[in-house]
Ligand binder design. Sequence first.
Ligand code: OAD
Length: 256
Amino acid sequence: MEMYVEASKKIKKIASEVENSFYTTVLTGAGISAESGIPTFRGRDGLWNKYRPEELATPQAFEKDPKLVWGWYTWRMKLVFSKEPNPGHKALAEMEKMDLVKSIITQNVDDLHERAGSRNVIHLHGELKEVICSNRSCDYKVEAKTILDEIEKRLPTCPECGSLLRPGVVWFGESLPTEELSKAFQEAEKSKVILVIGTSAVVQPAASIPLITKRKGGKIIEINPDTTSLTGFADVSVRGGAGEVLTAILEILKRD
Ligand code: OAD
């Protein structure tokens, strides 16, 4: 009971911070899509508990065993394409329509924010819906859905340069897309409030983005069922699932 009262006080406080904030941005991680049925990476039932990232999500792994890496990605592509946005994604899209949220910086490679109706989404780690050429000097790109069946039969090659095609995501050891990263930094600098939702905040540079807002005098608000490495820096940190907490915040925002 006490915990419930505590959480509901924090939810009111968050709604009031968002309402009075001149500029609010959001940083999301795998946790926002958990309620859509997409597993997170760390923590209980996390993908990185069962699989080794260095065997599946590095340029070296792809060079060594592209079939294994493609197998992992076609599995995830099919999973993500079959899932739907949840109330958490939808509440954020609604807040953007109300002009209370300006942008979403996401570490997620799914497109559930966009499918929920969010427009200003910055993808720091690329997107599963895109397949790109593994040759960095070739800019061939194709929509994953259109060649997914092909990929399952044989390793896909670039029609322009003949190199192997690869998923359009950022792997461990690779740099983040420059334009997206600089947009994310700008958004964080401008923000008076940054909502940090569903990320364990251990992967850099994404994990440090909220600290930019804080350094500029803004506030960090965290929504997560667990504590994270950012909890100690948060001005408000509420323990709960994104769907439930964001829906409750949206209800207050709509009423006021
Ligand atoms: P993690 O799997 O590290 O963390 C997921 C977070 O979501 C945890 O803090 C959970 O407590 C929280 N969570 C779980 N269920 C939730 C719910 N219903 N509502 C809100 N939060 C919930 O995922 P990320 O922080 O996104 O990198 O991981 C960062 C990066 O590491 C990923 O982008 C990926 C991965 O390796 C690349 O693909 C490059």
